[in-house]
Write a protein that binds this ligand. Structure first.
Ligand SMILES: Cc1ncc(COP(=O)(O)O)c(C=O)c1O
Length: 416
């Protein structure tokens, strides 16, 4: 065989195996309780409705459902998405919408049309790993800005923007997961949303709002979306049916200014010509029959219980330690645990797997190599019984690591 390494493109050589996927391979044993994945609970899939819709559309218009479709997405779906989003207060017209093969494709297309090698883009610390992968494939230089319980810290964001402007760097966009973030579960506060929009305008930078979890709120009030707050066309908003219908459909959509939609459409033509028509018909018909709202209520009922179950188990089983804390998300699928700084979550991972419990090491979500003492826990997939038992096991492993690895007084002096 030819020398592949020599023949791979620069961007293919840049693509790295996901640490998460490698570690997840260890967690497929049936006796392991895994908080590592990010899968929806299959009990939330509306199987009967989808069966009925497939039967219906294949009877009414098999030739279009099984045919190629327009790159922008089938007209019925774009119209239904516009109707659904408008009902929840957004100003969205059909020409603002591009249907994508779920939001991961949205991320790839955004990277494809905006990033040249070495272009700086701003991401959160921590940030969605699939976003980091998509941007780095195109050679982006990721610049991380820390987050807290209210999302990205806007003062630090402004410092970075000022610095880049001062250095005459042509930064491309700020990438945010503002609602129940993957991985940390935190939500950008309304005040910070306003500031982010102002900064986008002031520094002339685009904002990518990636929001797969926005509809999955279990407590608290919805802040306005970044897209809704912005009048200048500077926000590109990525959405998906993966978490509110099923990820197997692989249907999502981008909402943006028509000029951006046009360029994304051209980029999508070379990627997959169009998103598969039958899944688009399913999503369109689900919306047309007005099934979505009730369906989302059902999903929320299931996940609310699971979230509370995980929070209660953490309160009950985790050791009390001033450096041990976790986020209390109002929605989404994840929460984020920060452990004392001398505990290395990657090292502890193998011990956790020995004790039949798994998580994702937080380091994988940090573009700056940080986050060694953090982890992401998923509560949507395991059952409530598994959540309790899994957190109990994890607490046992963590207790041992906190105690065994605690620096001695001499070491503390030395570290100081
Ligand atoms: C923040 C974020 N963006 C994008 C995606 C990709 O989702 P999909 O491609 O299934 O729409 C995910 C999946 O978990 C995610 O958490």
């Amino acid at each position: 065989m030819i020398d592949l390494v020599k023949n791979f493109s620069i961007s293919a050589r840049r693509m790295k195996k996901s640490v998460i996927r490698e570690l997840l391979k260890l967690t497929h044993r049936p006796d392991i309780i895994s908080f590592a994945g990010g899968l929806p609970d299959p009990a939330t899939f509306p199987e009967a409705e989808i069966k009925d819709i497939v039967d219906d559309v294949l009877t009414r218009h098999p030739h279009t459902s099984l045919q190629y479709g327009p790159t922008e997405g089938i007209p019925a779906l774009r119209q239904e998405i516009a109707r659904w989003m408008t009902r929840s207060g957004a100003k969205v017209e059909v020409e603002n919408i591009l249907v994508t093969t779920a939001s991961q494709q949205g991320l790839d297309l955004v990277a494809k049309i905006f990033i040249d090698p070495s272009d700086p883009v701003i991401v959160e610390l921590p940030s969605y790993v699939g976003g980091l992968q998509a941007f780095s494939a195109y050679g982006a230089r990721m610049i991380g800005v820390p987050t807290d319980d209210d999302g990205i810290i806007v003062d630090l964001l402004e410092k970075k923007l000022e610095m880049l402007q001062h250095e005459m760097e042509h930064y491309k966009f700020i990438y945010l997961v503002p609602d129940f973030q993957n991985p940390a579960g935190v939500t950008l506060s309304p005040e910070r949303r306003q500031k982010v929009i102002e900064m986008g305008d002031k520094y002339n930078v685009l904002i990518i709002e990636d929001t797969p979890y926005r509809e999955l709120r279990y407590s608290g009030e919805d802040p306005p979306s970044l897209y809704g707050l912005c009048d200048s066309g500077n926000v590109i908003s990525l959405h998906t049916f993966s978490k509110i219908l099923t990820p197997g459909l692989r249907v999502g959509w981008v909402v943006a200014h028509p000029d951006i939609i046009h360029k994304l459409t051209v980029a999508k033509q070379a990627t997959d010509l169009c998103t598969a028509s039958l899944p688009q018909d399913i999503a369109a018909e689900f919306l047309r029959r007005d099934l979505m709202e009730d369906h989302i209520e059902k999903i929320k009922e299931i996940y609310l219980k699971k979230r509370d179950c995980m929070l209660n188990a953490l309160d009950e089983f985790m050791p009390k330690h001033p450096q041990l804390r976790w986020t209390r998300p109002d929605g989404g699928l994840f929460l984020w645990l920060t452990v004392p700084e001398w505990v290395d979550c990657e090292e502890m991972f193998f011990d956790a797997v020995e004790h039949n419990v798994a998580y994702v090491v937080g380091n994988a979500f940090h573009c700056d190599g940080g986050g060694a003492n953090t982890m992401r826990l998923n509560f949507s997939y395991p059952s409530e019984e598994q959540i309790r038992e899994g957190i109990k096991r994890l607490a046992g492993v963590l207790k041992a690591h906190i105690k065994n690895k605690q620096p001695t007084e001499d070491e503390v002096d030395y570290i100081v």
